[in-house]
Write a protein that binds this ligand. Sequence first.
Ligand code: CDP
Ligand code: MG
Length: 693
Amino acid sequence: MDDVLDINSLSHEMDELTSFLLKDENTRSLNTEKKEFSENVQFKLDSYMTAVKLNEKIVPADIIERRKKLPIYTKKNELMNAIVNNHVLIIIGETGSGKTTQLPQYLKEVGLTITGRIGCTQLRRMAVKSVTKRVAQEQGCNIGEEVGYTIRFEDMTSEKTEIQYMTDGILLRECTYDKMLSNYSAVILDESHERTIDTDILLAVLKWIIRKRNDLKLIISSATLDSVKFSNYFDGATVFNISGRMFPVNIIYNPFQLYDYERSAAKTVIMINEQKERGDILVFLTGEDDIETLSDYLNYEYKPSSLHYNLKIIPVYSALPWEQQALIFEPAKKNERKVIIATNIAETSLTVDGIRYVIDSGYVKQKVYNPKKDMEVLTKVRVSQAQAIQRTGRAGRVGPGVCYRLYSQSQFDLFPSAPIPEIKRTSLTNTVLLLKKIGFINLNDIDFLDAPPTDAINFALTELELFEAIDKTGHITEIGIKMASFPLEPNLAKMLIISEVLGCTEEILTIVALLSVSNIFFRPKKKQKLADKAKSNFFTNNGDLIMMMNVYNQWHQTSQDKNWCHENFINHRMLLEANSIREQLLDIMKSRKMKLKSSFSDMTPVLKSICAGFFQNVAKKKPYLANRKKYDYITLPSNEVVFIHPGSCMHKVLPAWVVYQKVVTTSKEFMRGITPIDCSWLIEMAPSFNLQI
Ligand code: CDP
Ligand code: MG
């Protein structure tokens, strides 16, 4: 981390020094301790004097210098002119050129904060937080003052906020209650090249808004790619190129000729450490599992000799605690080599300086949706050529670099050239509900950059009708409006709404909050048996969701004891997060004057509410056949064979009917988050759901 002068603590220390000097005015003999104290403050005062005033804020000189070194700075004046003279501007620049951190500040300099906020979207919560921290430093303020951020369930903005970073999902949600985005004078859609569904929808909504709002600046910023496509979409909007500094990167294919990319990655890291000159390493893997495996291996199994660098291993994936994520930007010590092991988040969302070597597994985890099965599955897929090229580029920012691709050139040639936009491969139910709430009755009126598949739209419409969120004419209903007011997937929102009718909001609030965080059960690789045993103590015949609720309630009985969590292999941080989400959902319910009630020991209303949210994920047990040896379930109405996950508390109970939270595909298609139901509830909770039981 850069050595940043902390102005707040400094001024506190100055106050202390002053009062201390005043107190001791009469006694001129300072003892050593006091002398040291004053010298220390004097040193800080010297650095303070070199700090520069920026917009009445004190910003240390080194931070100002650092901003001037970014590639975007060389084009600052031209860029500011382009911002002033264009309603819509497309900005293309290499990762690390300074787009995300500098653009909002330049917009502020041209005076755009006078009439409203500058909003800048990011694709990932982690990127939102880290970039806000950086820009707050550059503006000399605390997070939440002039520079703030909003992510789901966390709003760090205030009356003072001029620059607001947020996820694209948050801005889209904002459109549902402020259609014209009247709080903003400028919107930057950052990282549009990744074409997430929310960015694509925002592009369409903003295209519609700017026709009505001449005073709203729209900036589309992208690391590379299709500037022509974006420009055409916005009627020939100006494209501004920021050339980044790029050094040549040597590409080496399949260095160890192994098929197993995890082993290959480990060998490559060690080879670099033992044979190559100084420079940090960035490894692209797919998710928590493979990242933790490689981190553990390099941390505990590999012992570099005194001739080589010690490895400083930094895993990076979205479920990591925030404090750990901050390590990414800390430079390596003299005898260290940093090894960042990351998901595709490090492709463009986070720029880490000092990388000389990139190792690319060639894989990424992607949501793959099958509308016929109505299943959304997170699967490992090949990256596109464009992504592989982005990854390679990460090695050439500080000097010439090397990229080790853990696949062959002929495999690379078969990769798709660009990723398929998410809008073409995801469930649209939530998006369609938000569009309805914004006021689009007929979705054919919307001008998309790439239109979503008709099948998926129709499926979403049917699903919303089943939820009774829209009526037969396609208009949003009271239930739909209520559902859209919760920052939740439609099925969870529906569960909450039904729980009010059934008198069990207290229970369902907890369950919905728990379903909004990652797994609350820990299962460390080396202690799997112990962890499974601990989990089995919580098993209940009411299913996995009620089991999680029981864990949460017991944790509350221990006054949220961290040790209790540790002993029971429960993730304390996740429970804390669920707790805070619960509070926020509770606030929304109160503001909508919803009735809060508990069903106490009666679990039927709770199970029924779960059924009302998950009725489409229903599966029925097939009759036992000796030759099959196992019980399989069959989903309805799609008739897919699925199994109960071995970690589920329903694994031995085998109820006749279940609803599940999701299907994960490993060796088989396993249902997770399973709740037993009575099949008559399906008719009660979703009358139009045609099951032909
Ligand atoms: O958006 P773009 O990739 O063009 O660049 P950026 O994110 O604005 O990053 C500009 C510089 O700020 C890079 O050198 C980053 O390493 C640095 N940065 C940082 O040190 N800490 C952050 N949280 C974000 C950026
Ligand atoms: Mg960026």
